[in-house]
Design a protein around this ligand. Sequence first.
Ligand SMILES: [Cu+2]
Length: 290
Amino acid sequence: MTNFVKRLKGLAAMASAAATAGAVSIGAAIAAQPKPWEMDLQPASTEVMADIRWFESFTFWIITVITLFVLALLIIVCVKFAAKKNPVPSRTTHHTMIEVVWTIAPILILLVIAIPSFRLLYKEIVIPEADMTVKVTASKWYWSYEYPDNDDIAFDSYMLEDDAITDPIKQPRLLAVDNPMVVPVGKTVRVQVTAADVIHSFAMPAFGVKMDAMPGRLNETWFKADHEGTFYGQCSELCGQRHAFMPIEIRVVSDAVYAQWAAAAKDDIDAATQLLATLEEQKDAEVASR
Ligand SMILES: [Cu+2]
């Protein structure tokens, strides 16, 4: 019981810390990242992820109804047909009507699940007309980003080590990187994914994106982020000793900010990242002064 109370208190403390963090970062870009005790999927930032969330709760309710139905049948059978109450068991082996029902009902349930499932799969797999392409290469243990249609911008992205973190709210531990991938908001981004050494996986939960990074192969996926913000993901294929330390950070910014970042990034990626931070601070100050 005391443990339970302690846990409740811990949760309350976490909630108030989160509220404070929220208050501090008012105006700062929305960050999508895992939270302590998170039970649900991350909030959707693309249409695909919104559909994934819908499909998840849709199947959840189907599963719940089926489970409760089977549980009810088990309880009825246990009570009604217990040896004491029912000393002479029925010898029935076939019942045409029941067999027809338990064949057709599951077929109908599977169809109801399959139709939105296939629709969602196609949405993920068929890449719409892309506005830009980013090539992502995974290595032990960092990510490299290339922008073939933006003056061949290319840079590596490493996790920020603990001693490099200056602002724990804007740079969450184990998620923040030195140079994030930057894309404009509302644009269809084709992501080409490959690896330089072993199999990794490029995953961004808020976008509903997860694509294996295979050495010698070029996989493709896409996303269209519908709002600005900072988004965190992680390598999602066990790739070795530092698998847990190669996070993915994507900044979704306005067209104007993207253009400024891209102009700076082709010469000096560190300066471009610094510029991004400065522009973000300016925006925060603007929002705060309103
Ligand atoms: Cu990896």
